[in-house]
Design a protein around this ligand. Structure first.
Ligand code: SIN
Length: 482
């Protein structure tokens, strides 16, 4: 029946779940690669959610900090939408059962992270905010009768009729293929950290949704802006690294070199709490000069109480952060670029929507401000859900269907090669020579897998932007004027 045609949401992280819940009562089919509904990048988010509720703070000040961190490449209207809706988004999550941490007086405890000029971050379970938010959203979605979940499925194509995206092509866990029709298709597939040698993302945050949009000819934007988190736990040879949240530095932890000398002194007025791109580049440089460490010893036993995730990750790798500084490396963390969308998540392809990290509406500019990503997922996810709820259901008849498929994936050896290539050429410090060489190698790999085709587009965008801006730092050209 026409009214039963579902909204197809690809991806079950915070953005996808926010769309699905806000679309009620319209039927939603949530399509996830993972079998376990909690298994997403959102779950790993240790930073919290930025919201201007502290004394003297305002959404305007939050917007200003977002644009400063973003090197003013941000779309100010999107930023203001984000920061003005932050309180409502946090209240919504709270009402769904997210247990935000409170102080002795019962008020939300506000932390500080890089680029924020005041304490403005709410957390849940200390550094387990992503996990607590996912718990609440997954539980709510399970109870919601309008949402049907299909797990362990790979979406590798889109169904298009008369130029309008009207469905997806699925591969079920048993290898069976299916074309599934929907009233709208939403990509909420997360980021691209999986294309780099070291990332704070899970390995399957590999740009699959972005590549799907690329295959469908949707406009992509700002692909060169990749954020590196300065403090992932240094575990040589490992791909997916545990994060050491920036909130540790907000609580007084300091970056230092092998001799204990402070890394950020004299680099930026906010020192260890400078915007993330600046800290990541300093750590990247220190790496080449003997290594970088995060000294959190002053926290003593408190680290196990306020940062249980970090504490457990360190102990699991034989490092007691109460006793010695923690070795750190920069790791691919967040993609500011993505599928070009408007404020409502519309892509340039009718019927196709995108939200969260896979999308780019310009809110993060050239460098995302800490703790704005979960917020983005909730604010723009709910906005898109509300839009889709009201969308007239298209009638199913008419023109011919066409399938647009993402090319096959790289074999494991090719993917390893690509990750090394991307980390070398598209890391925190880039040059024309390394980008050009990587683009040539990538061209040869592109015929063998979609990840390389996507990487090609990212490398080309980085090559084209000749001056440094935010997270895109070219060591061979002059910085853009401030
Ligand atoms: C962190 O906790 O340092 C990461 C938070 C974020 O990416 O916003």
């Amino acid at each position: 029946m026409k009214s039963e045609l579902p909204i197809l949401v690809v991806g079950g992280g915070i953005a996808g779940l926010s769309v699905a819940l806000a679309a009620a009562p319209a039927p939603v089919r949530l399509l996830t690669r993972a079998i376990n509904p909690r298994s997403t990048a959102s779950l790993l988010a240790q930073g919290g959610i930025a919201v201007a509720v502290g004394p003297g703070d305002t959404p305007q000040a939050h917007a200003d900090d977002t644009c400063i961190a973003g090197a003013f490449h941000n779309d100010r209207a999107m930023v203001e939408l984000l920061t003005s809706q932050a309180r409502e988004a946090v209240d919504w999550l709270h009402a769904l059962g997210v247990p935000f941490d409170t102080d002795e007086a019962g008020r939300w405890r506000l932390g500080r992270e890089g680029g924020h000029r005041c304490a403005r971050i709410v957390h849940a379970g200390g550094d387990a905010t992503g996990a607590r938010v996912m718990d609440a959203l997954v539980a709510t979605a399970r109870r919601a009768t309008h949402i049907q979940r299909l797990t362990g499925v790979e979406v590798d194509g889109l169904v298009v009729r008369d130029g309008v995206v009207c469905g997806v092509c699925l591969i079920h866990p048993d290898g069976r293929r299916e074309a599934m029709h929907g009233r709208a298709v939403v990509l909420a597939t997360g980021g691209i950290g999986g294309l780099f040698a070291q990332t704070s993302n899970p390995p399957d945050a590999d740009g699959s949704g972005l590549a799907l949009a690329q295959a469908a000819g949707a406009a992509l934007r700002d692909l060169e802006f990749v954020q590196f988190h300065p403090t992932a736990l240094a575990l040589p040879g490992q791909h997916s690294l545990p994060l050491l949240t920036e909130a540790l530095r907000g609580a007084g932890a300091r970056l230092c070199d092998a001799h204990g000398r402070p890394l950020m002194a004299g680099v930026h007025p906010l020192a260890d709490l400078a915007p993330r791109d600046i800290v990541a580049r300093r750590v990247w440089q220190a790496q080449r000069e003997g290594g970088a460490w995060l000294d959190a010893r002053h926290l003593g036993q408190d680290i196990s109480v306020h940062f249980p995730t970090v504490f457990a990750a360190c102990l699991a790798h034989g490092i007691d952060p109460r006793i010695r500084p923690i070795p750190v490396v920069p790791a691919a963390h967040f993609h500011m670029g993505g599928v070009q969308v408007d404020a409502d998540g519309r892509t340039s392809r009718p019927g196709l929507y995108a939200v969260g990290e896979v999308a780019c509406n310009g809110v993060h500019g050239a460098n995302r401000l800490a703790s704005n990503s979960l917020l983005e997922g909730v604010v723009f996810g709910r906005r898109l859900g509300a839009l889709l709820r009201q969308l007239p259901v298209p009638d199913g008849g008419g023109g011919r269907h066409r399938i647009v498929r993402r090319p096959p994936a790289l074999a494991p050896a090719g993917l390893m090669q690509l990750r090394m290539l991307m980390s070398h050429a598209m890391g925190p410090v880039r040059s024309e020579a390394s980008l050009t060489a990587a683009l040539e190698t990538c061209a040869a790999l592109a015929a063998r897998g979609w990840q390389a085709r996507l990487a090609q587009a990212m490398l080309a965008a980085a090559l084209q932007r000749r001056s440094s801006l935010g997270a895109h730092y070219r060591c061979d050209t002059v910085p853009a004027p401030a």
